[in-house]
Design a protein around this ligand. Structure first.
Ligand SMILES: Nc1ncnc2c1ncn2[C@@H]1O[C@H](COP(=O)(O)OP(=O)(O)OP(=O)(O)O)[C@@H](O)[C@H]1O
Ligand SMILES: [Mg+2]
Length: 317
């Protein structure tokens, strides 16, 4: 582990905060290090790494995969293909949270950036009978926005709720060809989020817990094949029989592990701190005990991850 990484690992223990975003020091400094400050793209990799180390609880794999993958992609002057990430896991394990952090540390205006595009099937593609129209619109939308700026990010949340077949329309944009429709799109980032594969991740993590394998020793290879099979074979999700899986277009498959009670306690402490409140041990204990855990007999993992933490806190203050 390098010195920088040791320091990052120590930050939470020392109660330190991450340094400010580098563009606060002036865009020149930032752009000389990444040579990628196009449009609103202002990657702050140290900030991202620091925030993940400080605030992301119980997801060592996510931290490793995302930091390494994003770093390699951002520092490359001419990426060989767009960066395609797919987040999988049970509810409340941090998928939306990590995607928000990524956007915040990659684009100056964060979620408000005109180069960040979020899609939710329920909002944008609600009617199965309009799928051909949606395909056309989605292809044109991505093409138009990549023509405007290659450094754009497209986030597809709730992939489980997307009509199968629709997402394959973006396949031409995800591969390593030079140009599509006259646009160089290799600098784009695509993020897919879904609960698909979550049950499999939970079961494998539970099995490994039962044989006393250290959670931190879980590697991607323990989970990858099961997640891919689950999303590809399940007709009730957007990746069903998808060419995106078949053609191996996902660069980073990111599994979110189920969270244990001590992780929930950390989430409570983080939430209290973000509200400017004292980390009272009795409140932390009570909130973490008020949340359901599974399986029924052993009660190892939180059924709702850290999702209910913020709404539960007021009941115990
Ligand atoms: N691993 C984590 N580390 C720190 N905080 C977390 C973590 N997981 C969840 N949280 C907290 O819980 C909230 C809800 O999590 P989030 O929205 O990211 O869940 P999700 O995985 O997207 O769930 P869903 O599948 O239901 O959309 C976050 O805003 C964050 O405050
Ligand atoms: Mg979410």
């Amino acid at each position: 582990m390098g010195r920088g990484r040791v320091l990052l690992a120590l930050l939470p223990l020392l109660g330190l905060a991450c340094p400010g975003a580098p563009w606060e020091l002036g865009a020149g400094w930032q752009c000389s290090f990444s040579a990628s400050c196009e449009c609103d793209f202002r990657p702050d990799l140290p900030g991202l790494e620091c925030d993940l180390a400080l605030n992301l609880v119980g997801q060592h794999l996510v931290r490793q995969l995302v930091v390494k993958g994003v770093r390699e992609f951002v520092l490359s002057h001419a990426p060989v293909k767009p960066l395609v990430m797919s987040f999988h896991g049970w509810t409340g394990t941090g998928k939306t949270y990590v995607s928000s952090l990524l956007i915040r540390y990659l684009f100056r205006a964060g979620l408000r950036s005109p180069y960040v595009h979020q899609f939710s099937p329920v909002v944008h593609f609600p009617h199965a009978e309009h799928i051909e129209q949606y395909k056309n619109d989605l292809k044109n939308w991505i093409h138009g926005n990549l023509t405007r700026c290659g450094r754009s990010l497209f986030l597809f949340d709730e992939m489980d709720k997307m009509h199968p077949g629709l997402i394959d329309v973006i396949i031409p944009f995800l591969g390593p060809s030079w140009v599509v429709y006259g646009t160089n799109y290799r600098k784009a980032i695509f993020i897919f989020i879904s609960n698909a594969g979550g049950e499999q991740i939970n079961q494998i993590t539970l099995d490994l817990w039962r044989i006393r394998k250290d959670r931190e020793e879980i590697i991607l290879q323990d989970l990858e094949a099961s997640i891919l099979e689950a999303v590809f074979e399940n007709p009730r999700n957007g990746f069903w029989k998808s060419g995106i899986i078949e053609q191996h277009l996902i660069d980073l498959l990111v599994p979110f592990l189920p969270l244990k009670q001590h992780h929930v306690k950390q989430c409570v402490a983080n939430e209290l701190a973000s509200q400017g409140l004292q980390a009272q041990p009795d409140v932390i204990q009570a909130v973490s005990e008020s949340i359901p855990y599974f399986p029924e007999e052993e009660k190892v993992f939180s059924s709702t991850g850290c999702k209910m933490v913020a709404s539960r806190i007021p009941f115990f203050l």
